[in-house]
Design a protein around this ligand. Structure first.
Ligand SMILES: Nc1ncnc2c1ncn2[C@@H]1O[C@H](COP(=O)(O)OP(=O)(O)OP(=O)(O)O)[C@@H](O)[C@H]1O
Length: 234
């Protein structure tokens, strides 16, 4: 399979006054097109930092990040904004929907800046919310709001779908159904899905598991056989 993402000796240092924090210290990995990847690690390990750099929301202190043949660590202002806006779909723990827009409008709003976007109504149907398009976020359950957030990310028709603890605010059953949706979307659309979590029970559903510890890569494992969501428990 063709390589989609490469991290080469990436470091990230945050400076707060006199104090310097090394969030990433020489991170190397690659991800192929269409892979479902879980980035696993304890709190503070550097998972979100990896995801934020990959999504163009933060910049590396040194090293290279290459996505689809383009070195995003070299992109400045306008091109980085375009990359973030068009090539990356984000799903966060707390949905971040716009409260005064309904489900359909939330999806449409995100796709407005994307040239190659998908039909918002069709994508809402794909996540099982065809009958809730006119509902506002406050009229939807947490799981339904996360489905809208996933539809919003998918409808941009991005190169990658980045999910930071997407089930963190959901109960067990709802969390599992959101994971199933992400696994189905990855299988059906062949889009690369990268999911950050501290929950090691989720690892078996991935093609590849990247374990992060204290800003370094502890291990990279390829699952010979991926498990379905029904098979995992925590
Ligand atoms: N903007 C920032 N300024 C200063 N330090 C930061 C910043 N963002 C992250 N850090 C620090 O970098 C380290 C890695 O943080 P990161 O958020 O990537 O970890 P994480 O593995 O995602 O943790 P969690 O699961 O708790 O979200 C931590 O020590 C954190 O405090």
């Amino acid at each position: 399979m063709k390589t989609l993402i490469e991290f080469k000796n990436v470091t990230k240092q945050y400076r707060i006054g006199e104090v310097s924090i090394k969030a990433l210290d020489g991170v190397d990995f690659s991800i192929a097109e269409g892979e479902f990847v879980v980035i696993l690690g304890a709190s503070g390990a550097g998972k979100s930092t990896i995801l934020n750099i990959l999504g163009g929301m933060d910049t590396a202190t040194s090293g290279q990040v290459i996505v689809g043949g383009e070195e995003i660590t070299r992109l400045k202002d306008k091109r980085l904004t375009a990359y973030r806006g068009e090539q990356v779909g984000f799903v966060f723990q707390f949905y971040n929907l716009i409260p005064n827009l309904n489900a359909l409008e939330n999806v449409e709003f995100a796709t407005e800046v994307c040239k190659d976007h998908l039909d918002a109504k069709k994508v809402l149907a794909q996540v099982g919310l065809q009958d809730r398009a006119r509902n506002f976020p406050s009229q939807l359950s947490g799981g339904e709001q996360q489905r809208v957030a996933i539809a919003r990310a998918v409808a941009k028709n991005p190169l990658l779908l980045l999910c930071d603890e997407p089930t963190g605010a959901l109960d067990y059953i709802t969390g599992k159904s959101v994971l199933k949706l992400l696994q189905d979307l990855n299988r059906d659309t062949k889009k690369c899905v990268i999911l950050v979590t501290h929950n090691s029970a989720i690892a078996p559903i991935a093609d590849k598991v990247i374990k992060v510890k204290s800003g370094t890569i502890e291990s990279i494992t390829v699952n010979a056989v991926k498990q379905s969501i029904e098979e995992i428990e925590w």
